[in-house]
Design a protein around this ligand. Sequence first.
Ligand SMILES: Nc1ncnc2c1ncn2[C@@H]1O[C@H](COP(=O)(O)OP(=O)(O)OP(=O)(O)O)[C@@H](O)[C@H]1O
Ligand SMILES: [Mg+2]
Length: 219
Amino acid sequence: MSKVISFATQKGGAGKTTLLMLTAAALHNRSSQKVLVIDSDPQLSVKNIYKQEGNSKSYDVFAFNWGQPTPEVNFDKVITLAKRKYEIILMDLPGNIKSEEFYYSILQSDILMVPIVASTLDMNATMGFLHRIPDFNKEKGSPLEVFGVVNKREKTLEQKFIHELYHLENLKLFDSEISYLVRYKRQISTVFDIVDPMIEDDEFNIYFKEFVEKCEISL
Ligand SMILES: Nc1ncnc2c1ncn2[C@@H]1O[C@H](COP(=O)(O)OP(=O)(O)OP(=O)(O)O)[C@@H](O)[C@H]1O
Ligand SMILES: [Mg+2]
């Protein structure tokens, strides 16, 4: 059965698009699964990089046009068709959780990946976001699986407490973390993997292993 994994959070700049693109490239290059990225964010960040690279070896990207009349009807059709062709669908969600783009996208999601930056502002915004999840679950009928991943890890005081803070919420925090590194700014691609998968102690590879296990993806 196909899985829809959405990268979402209310806090702008936490790393939704970055984490999604790193994950998509690794799945595309390291597995036999067919991967589709749906750009559900009107900013079209993934779609723009996909167009710039224009490489036939990339994973497939589809940008949904929310500007049409009754977009939700076509969105549901797109997801149904996508599930027939692709095993893994990753979605980049917009940051505005009150938007219809966000609402209809989350109703179609099975798993949420939430990048978390260890700063007071980011953590408060994430708490607010997590408190809304039960409302979406009620409408969906089946609960979302919600995973948090620390992104832009730095040696801050907040970083030390982050695991305790998120203990209480409906979020399972990954053990692995993504540091603040220049390679995540420069080497974002719809074609290339960020790192050689053979380097076992590379933090991205450790994250990816955990992602595959927690999301129950067979490579
Ligand atoms: N781990 C990281 N190390 C260094 N820079 C990072 C990392 N993750 C993200 N960034 C940078 O932070 C900025 C925001 O990242 P990104 O666009 O992925 O966030 P976003 O949550 O998708 O933002 P938006 O709310 O605008 O959609 C970008 O400049 C990106 O290159
Ligand atoms: Mg983004």
